[in-house]
Design a protein around this ligand. Structure first.
Ligand code: DC
Length: 210
């Protein structure tokens, strides 16, 4: 049976990068669960859906597909904001739970692992995951990493602004009533503030192999 590797942590803690490295190493499918929330936020903006229009939001969740999840347009400040707002709604989380729980069945047949990263994967979505990793890093260091990444993409931004956005997203993720960001009790807690990506990857490989 496919084993779940759950990777949780705050915004810009390196979850996506590390999840991709593990997925490549074990040739396993990967689900960036934040993309589910982002794809819904994208539709809300595109179709001008009101943020409290439950029926329309549910419709857009039901029409999610691979193509929408792979869209290159899911990363913007506006989508960051809307996805954060809808992620606090329990009906949104419940609906998206189905997609996440079906992911290994639908995409990891005959694979050893399925890698899923997000905020509540080890606590709520897959509490029985074989491996649970919680990545953390100081907010200033996360802001610095994000800043460099944005500049590399040729976009303009300010470090102070990024830091402010990270602090605001942390507050929302940590304090929402439904499925707040928390390390699962039996997770491997890695503070990556002073580790590079290879060191984090090596630590996780060791855990998976032991
Ligand atoms: O990981 P990300 O930045 O792409 O996530 C986008 C938003 O979705 C962010 O506000 C947190 C939220 N999210 C969540 O609440 N639960 C998850 N499992 C994944 C993301």
């Amino acid at each position: 049976m496919v084993k779940i590797i759950a990777i949780d942590g705050p915004a810009s803690s390196g979850k996506s990068t590390i999840a991709r490295k593990i997925a490549t190493y074990y040739s396993s499918p990967i689900l960036h669960s934040g993309r589910l929330y982002r794809a819904i936020a994208f539709e809300i903006i595109k179709k001008k859906i009101k943020i409290d229009n439950r029926n329309e939001i549910l419709k857009s969740i039901k029409s999610l597909n691979e193509k929408k999840l792979k869209s290159k347009d899911l990363y913007s400040t506006e989508i960051d904001k809307i996805s954060s707002i809808i992620s606090a709604k329990s009906y949104v989380r419940n609906e998206l739970m189905h997609y996440q729980r079906n992911f290994p069945v639908n995409f990891a047949k005959n694979k050893k692992f399925a890698i899923i990263e997000g905020r509540d994967i080890g606590t709520v979505v897959f509490p029985d995951a074989k491996h649970k990793i919680f990545l953390w890093a100081d907010a200033k260091i996360r802001a610095q990493r994000r800043y460099i990444q944005i500049l590399k993409n040729g976009e303009k931004t300010g470090l102070k602004r990024i830091y402010g956005e990270i602090i605001a997203r942390d507050a929302k993720d940590l304090n929402r009533k439904v499925a707040p960001l928390r390390p699962a009790v039996n997770s491997l807690l890695l503070d990556t503030s002073y580790l590079d990506i290879e060191q984090v990857f090596n630590a996780i490989k060791k855990i998976i192999k032991s």
